[in-house]
Design a binder for this molecule. Structure first.
Ligand code: 5AD
Ligand code: SF4
Length: 439
């Protein structure tokens, strides 16, 4: 009988792609994927600690495996991801969950093969957390699970130290992959039939900022020059580093989607300063103006945090005003989560939970109403979508247009990975519904 692996992923796209790399390593070791964790010979938890709820979620799920492990003694349980990289957390995990076999840091992912082999020979838990800046390993092939979409890391780590954020502490200093490696990976993905490529980094705009390689706009341009029909996206852009040159490159290359994720975090200058974002509301609006000058139809999505220490009602309503002014096509909204070790964790004026809850509800309502308005404008129009999945519950295929808007439709054939024209008949919140236009 074969051996099976199961990976539980928490957090962002970066982690989803990292889980694909973990899957690649486990398949090299002879494991196959299984859907139910109870069937797994190795269960990996790829954790996230960016907000407390992601952390609690992982702790809860690891705790639930105690019973299974008690009667399935040979099962290996491994915990990786940025939770393990926080100072002292590996010890906490080991004490709280002594039945966990492997604990590995974000910088140790590339050694997972050796760690599993070590564990198979030893009764003791294997714990490897490497401090420091982290390196880049070009070996190993990700086992991609999101055809026709593929992600490519271009940078790792972050040097920005936004005052609320744990990422620079757990992911190390920013380092960029060589452009030749990124381009070769993109080329091979296009050859393999992938239709949408997303270049990933905590701050893609500072790619190769030491000047040792080509700039991010140039990397994007060269990636877009790869022959074949595919879409190109990138995330995340820090507004302070978003340049006119980048806007120009987007406008000149039809493969690059007219959709930019530009996290603003707050609409108040006082809060942006306290967040150490290094731009003002006016700077942000200027960047949007430059972007729209070159790409008038560009959709802009964002991240917003409410309840940052010291946020007044006026700071918050300034955020609402900014949301109205920019007309974001969608926004990820978060309640500020205190992360030990960050500068903001020591700030006065932590906001009571009920105030933050009230603010997030008002923000979500505004964002949703704007999204609804934008969706309604799609009705009657025909859009080109890339079909990416089948929704079993709805019995419908689904795909996104270049602006990132999701459309659902019927098809008798499996059309995943195909570009299709869809005539939109109706809209419901963020989702669109329509039919395939032949020809
Ligand atoms: N609390 C709430 N949201 C956070 N983010 C990062 N750190 C925190 C935190 N401590 C959000 C930011 C970032 C996104 C990936 O997560 O909005 O852009
Ligand atoms: Fe965190 Fe700021 Fe870096 Fe983004 S840019 S990962 S929010 S420190």
């Amino acid at each position: 009988m074969g051996k099976y692996y199961h990976i539980t992923t928490y957090g962002c796209q970066m982690n989803v792609h990292e889980s694909e790399k973990i899957a690649g390593i486990l398949s090299e070791l002879g494991y196959s994927p299984c859907e139910n964790i109870n069937d797994a010979d190795i269960a990996v938890f790829n954790t996230c600690c960016i907000r407390e709820n992601a952390e609690n979620h992982a702790f809860g799920n690891i705790g639930m495996l105690k019973k299974l492990k008690a009667h399935k003694k040979d099962m290996i349980i491994a915990v990786g991801g940025c939770l393990t990289q926080q100072i002292g957390k590996a010890d906490v995990l080991h004490k709280k969950f002594p039945y966990v076999d492997i604990i590995f840091g974000t910088h140790n992912l590339n050694n997972l093969k050796e760690l599993v082999q070590k564990k198979l020979k030893s009764k003791k838990a294997v714990i490897e957390i490497e401090d420091g800046d982290g390196n880049i390993c070009e070996e190993g092939k990700a086992l991609r699970t999101s055809y026709p979409n593929a992600w490519i890391n271009i940078t790792y780590g972050c040097d920005n130290f936004c005052s609320y954020c744990i990422v620079p502490y757990v992911r190390g200093r920013e380092r960029s992959r060589r452009s030749a490696d990124v381009l070769a990976e993109a080329q091979s993905l296009v050859c393999d039939g992938y239709k949408e490529i997303t270049l990933l980094g905590q701050n893609v705009n500072s790619y190769a900022k030491g000047g040792e390689d080509i700039s991010f706009p140039e990397l994007l341009r060269q990636t877009a020059e790869i022959a074949g029909k595919f879409r190109l996206r990138f995330m995340t852009s820090h507004p302070k580093d978003f340049s006119e040159e980048l806007a120009k490159v987007i406008s000149e290359n039809p493969k690059i989607c007219n959709c930019v994720h530009l996290p603003v975090q707050s609409g108040s200058n006082a809060i942006l300063k306290a967040m150490n974002r290094r731009y003002t509301v006016e700077d942000y609006l200027k960047k949007i103006e430059i972007l729209k000058k070159y790409v008038p139809d560009c959709a802009v999505t964002t991240d917003i945090i409410v309840g940052f220490p010291g946020e007044t009602e006026k700071d918050f309503t300034d955020t609402l005003e900014l949301v109205k002014k920019v007309g974001f096509s969608s926004a990820f909204t978060f309640v500020y989560s205190k992360r030990e070790g960050t500068v903001a964790a020591k700030m006065d004026g932590q906001i009571p939970e009920e105030v933050s809850k009230d603010r997030i509800m008002r923000l979500v309502e505004l964002v949703n109403s704007q999204t609804r308005e934008q969706s309604a404008k799609y009705v009657g129009k025909t859009v080109e979508i890339l079909c990416e999945d089948y929704d079993k519950k709805r019995n419908l295929y689904l795909g996104r247009d270049e602006y990132g808007r999701m459309a659902y439709f019927k098809s008798d054939l499996n059309v995943i990975g195909e570009f299709l024209n869809i005539k939109i008949d109706s809209a419901n919140g963020i989702s669109l519904f329509g039919e395939v236009i032949k020809g």
